[in-house]
Design a protein around this ligand. Structure first.
Ligand code: GBP
Ligand code: ZN
Length: 257
């Protein structure tokens, strides 16, 4: 399996996932269809699927055009998310394949939107990958537009937090520097966060991406994935993981670097 990131307008990432033996490919959130199709042509692959993480225009807004440009393409999205151009609705646990080697598992990760889907992708002999849209960002999470702290706790700390630690994390936006600055304000003593912030600032200066992260790195540095830690709960004046999730999100919503 090969994964290409495709920078789109602003800070957005689309992705192209390729099964090398069959040359079949899937596009994640192709908001700028032409850019995605350029990568498809450069790699000489056959684009079979669109995987939509959620209904916001900056993720699903290229789907209708994609269907015009690639007749017969299947467009997937969460069953309760009202995704533009969706041809095939997904439930939690649904499975898709690319060629013979790449398996894709639909994980319902609600809160940013009600029907948000993350895509867990595995193939033989390499670490898995997960495409987390606007649920999990590097060192952060999406705003709670359509859900509760309880749901984000379930999505981040249970569903995504249970994936194998080496799983590579590919998110929907490049918010890493801002997120790590906030993370360090929440956990000033977290040396790994401090170290990763310096690295992310270097990447930003060189115009390089900060994806992929890994589930292991997120468990070490992402405050929203660390709300089970009693020290973190106490330091923000809370007494439970869900209360801590709510409080950290509230602080981030009002935070000015
Ligand atoms: C920034 O630019 O640095 N902190 C951001 C502000 C995802 S995009 C922009 C922002 O709020 N981004 C959203 C988010 O969840 N950020 C996490 C955070 O700030 O910690 N979007 O484009 C957003 O989902 C959107 C589109 C929202 C349609 C609602 C509708 Br309807
Ligand atoms: Zn969004």
């Amino acid at each position: 399996m090969k994964i290409h990131h495709i920078p789109c307008r602003g800070d957005k990432y689309a992705y192209l996932i390729i099964d090398e033996s069959s040359k079949e490919a899937a596009a994640v959130d192709p908001v700028e269809p032409e850019k995605l199709l350029q990568a498809v042509n450069e790699n000489g692959v056959d684009l079979k699927l669109v995987l939509t993480t959620h209904h916001h225009w900056d993720h699903a807004g290229g789907n209708a055009k994609m269907k015009l440009l690639v007749p017969g393409i299947k467009v997937y999205g969460g069953s309760i998310d009202n995704v533009e151009g969706c041809t095939d609705k997904l439930e939690n646990g649904d499975k898709l394949t690319l060629g013979a080697d790449v398996n894709i598992l639909s994980l319902h990760t609600p809160c940013h939107t009600k029907g948000h889907i993350s895509y867990y992708v595995t193939s033989k002999e390499e670490d898995p990958a997960v495409f987390t849209g606007d649920t999990l960002f590097v060192a952060g999470c999406g705003r709670f537009f359509e859900g509760t702290a309880e749901q984000m706790y379930q999505s981040l700390c249970v569903t995504l937090g249970s994936l194998p630690k080496p799983t590579r994390v590919y998110c929907g936006h490049e918010y890493t520097v801002e997120n790590l600055q906030f993370a360090l304000a929440v956990e000033p003593g977290n040396a790994r966060t401090a170290q990763k912030l310096l690295w992310a600032q270097h990447q930003q200066k060189e115009n390089l991406p900060t994806i992929p992260s890994t589930i292991e790195e997120e468990l070490e540095t992402n405050p929203f994935m660390r709300v089970d830690l009693p020290e973190l709960q106490t330091s923000v004046g809370c007494h439970s993981p869900v209360e801590t999730m709510q409080e950290i999100r509230r602080r981030k919503d009002h935070w000015r670097g």
